[in-house]
Every structure is written in C-alpha cells, then in structure tokens.
Design a protein around this ligand. Sequence first.
Ligand SMILES: Cc1ncc(COP(=O)(O)O)c(C=O)c1O
Length: 419
Amino acid sequence: MDEKTLSHLSGVWNRAWPLVVDHGEGPYLIDTTGRRYLDFTCGIGVTNTGHAHPRVVAAIQEQAAKLLHGQAALVAHQPMLRLVEELLPIVPKPLDSFFFTNSGAEVIEGAVKLARHATGKPNVIVFQGSFHGRTNATMAMTTSKTIYRAGYGPLASGVFVAPFPYAYYYGWDEETTVRFCLRELKLILKSQTAPNETAAIVIEPVLGEGGYVPAPAAFLQGLREICDHYGILLVADEVQAGFGRTGRWFSIEYSGVVPDILVMAKGLASGMPLAGLAARPALMERWVPGSHGGTYGGNAVCCAAAAATIQVMRDERLIENAAAMGEVLMNGLRHIQAKHPEIGDVRGRGLMIASEFTDPKGEPWTDRAKAVAGAAYQKGLLLLRCGSYENTIRWIPPLIISASQIEDGLEKFQAALEA
Ligand SMILES: Cc1ncc(COP(=O)(O)O)c(C=O)c1O
C-alpha cells in the first residue's frame, strides 16, 4: 500500500530516506515495520522537546477542544496572549512587540516588509551561504545552494550578498576572516547599495543550511556598529539556531548584540507551524496596520503548543541540557576526528554542531559525507548534511537528549565511518 500511495506524492520532496514513519517518541522515530531510529535531525531543527512531548501534546489536545482558529486580524485569543507572556522574559530587551505567522520563510518576508515600511528604504543585504526560505523574496535572499534558485528566475531584486565569516572555508584565523568580511560589507555599502537605500542587514547568527558556522562575536558586533552608524536595521534570523538550540535561548546572545528584529520559528512550537518576530514597539508602530497579515498566522492551537514548549524548556532545563550535551557531543566528535582526518573541522554551539568532510587535497569531500550519512541510516541513526557542497554532517539532536543517547549516536557514527 505504502509504495503505490507514495508514488502519488510530488517528487519535489526528495525524501532523504525510504522511511514511512508511524510515530515519534522523544529522540526516536519508529517506522511502520517497528524499526527505531535515533533522530539527530529533529525534522530539521524543529522537535527540540523531542517527538510528541506529553505536555505539548496535552496542550494541543486541550486547545483543539476549545478553539481551533481565531483570526488574528479580527480577534485576539488566549493562547496567543499566553505565548506573549511566556516570550517576554526570553527575548532580548527591548524587543517586546510580537507578530506571528506560519513558517520561517513567511516571517522573514514579514521582517523585510516591516524593515521597508519602517525605514522607507528598498534594499537588504544578506550573507553568502544563507538560507532564508523558498518564497519569492526569501529565495532571492538564499544562497546556500543553487538548486533553491535555479529555474525560478527572475529573482526578486533589491538583495545584495556579502561574505559570511566562515574561517574554515577561507583557511584563515577568525580575526583575519572577521576583518575581511566587515571590509567587504563596507565596500558593498559604497559600491552596490548605498546606506540610504539599505533597509536591513539580515543574518543567521549561526549559518544553518550553509554549513553550521557560528558568526564570531566580533563580526556581529561589527554589524551592529555599521547598522547604528548608517540607520540600517539588523535582523537576526534565528529560525534554525533559536529556541535553545545553541545552549542559549537565541544564538545572537553569545555576542551580546541586540538585533532590531528577531525572527523565530522551527523549535518555537515543537512541530506545529508557527513563526514569529519581535521588535521594539517604536519600530513595530511604523508597520502600517492592515498592510500585512495572513489567514492562519498565530493559530490558536499552534500558540498553545508554543506556550507549552517554553514551559517544558524551562521546567526541564533544556537550555542547560543543550549546553551540557553539546559539550559531550563536541568532545566525542573531536575524539573521533583525531582518528579520521577526513573530518577537517568540528564546530558549533550547544546542540548545533557540524563535522565537515575534507579530502586529502583540502577540498570539500561531498561523497564521503554522503556515504557516511547513508551508512549511519543503515545503523539506525538519522543524520542530515548541510553546506553549499553538502560535505558537512550536521548534528541537531533534540534538547532532551541524554549523554547515553549521544554515546549511542557517536558509536553508530563511528561504525558508519568504518563501514
Ligand atoms: C535560518 C532559516 N531561515 C528560514 C528558513 C525557512 O523556514 P521555513 O522552511 O519554515 O519556511 C529556514 C529553514 O530551514 C532556516 O533554516
């Protein structure tokens, strides 16, 4: 039945594994034959509280019986207000005005629209390797791989691309890389989009699809200075790196920088489709009422799931666990790296970690990373790749992960390397 019905699904979803999932349980996915897989993908960084966390499930069930949909442009509803109360102590001050929508791409589009309204300026600057989504505007802001853009042109205009401080790629130390990237950004403001035409600089503080590369604090601080100097808004895309993933609520906290607009999605609602942005009230007030919105944005059941997600993260100390387990994972990977020189770099923050494969000539080793991820699947470990060359294996276990489950994952990885 599965095979025949599967053939009716669009091939545009290039499924990573021939896997039909029956259910999820904490860090495991269980297929229809009963086989268990250790899920170190979290559905691409979404199920941070694990699959089907009982408290999140209960909140969804309770809310579903009360109110499924209360259109946000028409009425307010209790779960959204509860969610705001939960978010207020989490987001950096003074970002305490919120807008909700359904997906990462939509909320990035929203952030760009807000930046354009608030500044009256048309252009945005993004970074090499960034992934901001697949809608018309966000596709033009995405440069992690050509496949996201090829054949869809002409792309939306007004987007300029600056180099991301990816020290391992350049083969430089961090300081040299930061200096180079800030210089190039300033050159773009002189040569391609003038400050008085640039509404926003949009950055993933930890580059996600582009290779799991944390931006050094000095770079983010440099961006803040440039934005303040020229009256450009700084937008932090925390869609993948936010919500505890890196051992802090938001990854930009590592730099001490407060963005003008903070964008969140994925881990926010444990798998329910919800995304949001936070900004200063004075900025949000410049978004002309009625000029943006959407039928489902801030859905009642999704908001209830998000409020429960935050409570679970606080009560179960998942941020602290992400930081502690991140260290266990990082140390384990460095240990394995010492025996496997094809792992050229291990980097990351919290439970957002990369192991990048490099061949003996120092070039990206895509085939090797692909083979290892494939062998890991055979051993019951789900791992995704990332990076423009897809030569990086990314480690995104749920934030509920234990040390013994990480050990299990590392043993499977080691076996996959030796397969
Ligand atoms: C950093 C970042 N921004 C935006 C998006 C787009 O989110 P969505 O797929 O929910 O539209 C993603 C998705 O992977 C992402 O990683």
